[in-house]
Design a binder for this molecule. Structure first.
Ligand SMILES: [Zn+2]
Length: 117
């Protein structure tokens, strides 16, 4: 097994692990929501809606990460993971370590966002 293949396998198992974690969070969040609704008190309406807003935004973050993981896993399957979408050059493993979902190499990313200090 080549070093790169080994590295991709590591990434994949990390992504799968994180995917399961998020699935658990999302499931527990939706369970929580159901039990809250059952003890709904009109007097607590304001607090409830505030909490809904907080929970909603948290859930969105989880959903966003979840979608990114699904995308990365698909790219791994297709063999396009870690390849820059702009210049088709491999993205450095160092960069992928910090940005597992990076779809551009550092040079291309900088040309879009400006130099990263
Ligand atoms: Zn590039």
């Amino acid at each position: 097994m080549s070093e790169h293949k080994k590295y991709l396998d590591e990434v994949k198992s990390k992504l799968l692990k994180r995917k399961l974690e998020i699935e658990e969070i999302l499931i527990s969040l939706s369970k929580e929501k159901i039990s809250d609704d059952q003890v709904q008190d009109l007097g607590d309406q304001a607090i409830t809606s505030a909490m809904e807003a907080i929970r909603g935004s948290y859930q969105n973050t989880e959903h966003e990460e979840y979608n990114m993981i699904l995308k990365a896993l698909k790219a791994l399957e297709n063999g396009t993971y870690g390849v820059c979408i702009d210049c088709s050059q491999p993205i450095s493993e160092k960069r992928l370590k910090y940005y597992p979902n990076a779809s551009r190499c550092l040079a291309c990313q900088e040309s879009i966002e400006g130099p990263i200090s």
